[in-house]
Design a protein around this ligand. Structure first.
Ligand code: FE2
Ligand code: FE2
Length: 251
């Protein structure tokens, strides 16, 4: 099976580039499309409307991250949405699905996401323990398992790669919004990449206009961040899952 996993979709610019470019990937025979949607609404969080907009573009399921609750309406709306995954290691008191099984063309793919603990402020449990728990739960029910590790530190992401090698089919890193050059198969066959980047403007900082962020770096004063609109790119990985997995960065 062929699977496309897209990095954090940032604001309207990210949604536009996905809308424009996703149909050509679908027409090439991609079976499953997943994406991280934590920045899809104005760069901060996601709403019910935006989630459905992305679904209508051809994305089967969305993962999230530390920005998942930036749009407070989503705390209520998540209960009505069955195609968005919350990080599995957030406190259980928070609403939302912690994994999903997506079925297409007779194949079942288990999907979950996790938040990292290094240099992240979120209240989460150990991502390694939760990963093992989710894999044990999903393995008997699925043909493949896909994990989005939303984390800052490359070492923590690589550690999860080694922890799950041979136990899942794909691990993608997200959150830094910058793609890394290490897409590879780990020794036991798991396809791995430290970060798949973002869908949005690359004449930016993290998808936002760089001038206000640069000014803040210079004078330390807070400013409103707005979505950048130039040099839009789709970034993610194209993965084949079968006897021999394969992974390729799309950028
Ligand atoms: Fe993000
Ligand atoms: Fe993030």
């Amino acid at each position: 099976m062929q699977l496309l996993f897209l990095g954090d979709i940032v604001g309207r610019s990210g949604r536009e580039v996905v809308k424009k470019q996703l149909p050509q990937w679908r027409s090439k025979g991609v079976d499953f499309v997943f994406a991280n949607g934590e920045n899809a609404a104005h760069g901060f969080g996601i709403t019910k409307g935006v989630a459905h907009e992305l679904r209508d573009m051809g994305i089967d399921a969305l993962t999230t991250g530390n920005h998942v609750w930036d749009q407070r309406s989503f705390l209520q709306d998540i209960n009505d949405i069955d195609f968005v995954c919350l990080p599995a290691n957030l406190p259980t008191q928070q609403p939302g699905r912690r994994h999903m099984i997506v079925e297409r063309n007779g194949k079942r793919v288990g999907l979950f996401c996790l938040l990292g603990q290094a240099f992240m402020a979120d209240k989460v449990s150990c991502p390694f323990e939760m990963a093992s728990k989710k894999v044990a739960e999903l393995a008997p029910l699925c043909d493949a398992i896909v994990v989005d590790f939303h984390a800052e530190a490359t070492a923590e992401k690589m550690a999860l790669g080694w922890h799950l090698d041979g136990k899942v089919d794909l691990i993608v890193g997200t959150h830094t919004h910058i793609p890394t050059a290490d897409a590879r198969l780990l020794p036991k066959g798991t396809a791995y990449i430290t970060d798949i980047g973002m869908c949005g403007s690359y004449d930016s900082i993290l998808g936002f206009n760089y001038d206000t962020i640069l000014q803040k770096a210079l004078d330390g004063l807070p400013r409103k961040h707005t979505i950048a609109t130039e040099n839009l790119k789709l970034s993610g990985v194209l993965v084949s899952i079968g006897k021999q997995n394969a992974i390729q960065l799309i950028f």
